[in-house]
Design a protein around this ligand. Structure first.
Ligand SMILES: C[S@@+](CC[C@H](N)C(=O)[O-])C[C@H]1O[C@@H](n2cnc3c(N)ncnc32)[C@H](O)[C@@H]1O
Length: 220
């Protein structure tokens, strides 16, 4: 659902260029140095940033970068991060832009974990190629993840989940985690996202997987 326009959002983002980045080409290959970490996480489609902010506070020794195309949502997350005086935000950053441009912002094999949380399901067949777990994106993640890297996905959408399992397997990924009711058992190590909270309160199951791409894709 598109958020109502917030007049303060754009000026706020422009006022914090050290945190809210619009085209961080110069950071490619240098993210771990910049964030002072050995492991780099990237969350695509942060929405209002609850997951990024909570996880970066829970794991201060790891680096966290969020990507969000909507200025209004991104600004809410950035404001929460920058107003958080308890936790140091030195290990997190936000990129305001489209994930489609990731190859310009990160060097090959720079990322350890990619998180897709409640990505837009794009239910119409003609729009499946826009799904963040579709083939075009998997090709890009394969370049960006390091050899031990993994992708973690959570969704409430059964069709998106089932289709995504096929996308991963057809593209030569291996599933290392798979659940059709992830929150039935406690996962205190993994923060609950804003959308996840909404679906959990409606008693809807959360679908979850993790995948690795160690195999080289077979040529057809
Ligand atoms: C359904 S919301 C989920 C938000 C959050 N991850 C959560 O779980 O609460 C999906 C978010 O992904 C963002 N998004 C979708 N496609 C994107 C893309 N290609 N690049 C960057 N952000 C994207 C949308 O703007 C939206 O804020």
């Amino acid at each position: 659902m598109r958020m109502r326009r917030k007049k303060w959002a754009q000026p706020f983002l422009y006022a914090h260029p050290e945190y809210a980045l619009t085209d961080p080409k110069n950071n490619a290959g240098l993210w771990k140095q910049l964030l002072g970490c050995k492991r780099l996480h990237v969350e695509i489609g942060t929405g209002k940033g609850d997951y990024l902010n909570t996880m970066s506070a829970m794991y201060p020794e790891e680096g966290w970068v969020g990507i969000e195309k909507e200025h209004n949502a991104a600004a809410v997350g950035c404001r929460k991060a920058l107003e958080d005086t308890v936790h140091d935000t030195g290990n997190r950053r936000m990129i305001i832009g489209y994930a489609e441009d990731m190859l310009e912002w990160f060097a090959p094999h720079e990322i350890d974990v990619i998180h897709l949380n409640f990505s837009d399901p794009w239910p119409k067949k003609y729009a499946h190629k826009r799904r963040l777990s579709s083939e075009k994106f998997l090709e890009m993640y394969r370049i960006l993840l390091n050899e031990n890297g993994s992708l973690r996905m959570k969704t409430d959408n059964k069709s998106l989940f089932e289709d995504s399992v096929l996308y991963f397997l057809e593209d030569g990924w291996q599933l290392t985690e798979f659940s059709v009711d992830y929150r039935r058992t406690p996962h205190p190590e993994d923060a609950i996202t804003e959308y996840e909270n909404r679906f959990m309160s409606l008693n809807q199951p959360i679908y979850q997987l993790a995948a690795v791409c160690r195999t080289v894709k077979k040529e057809m």
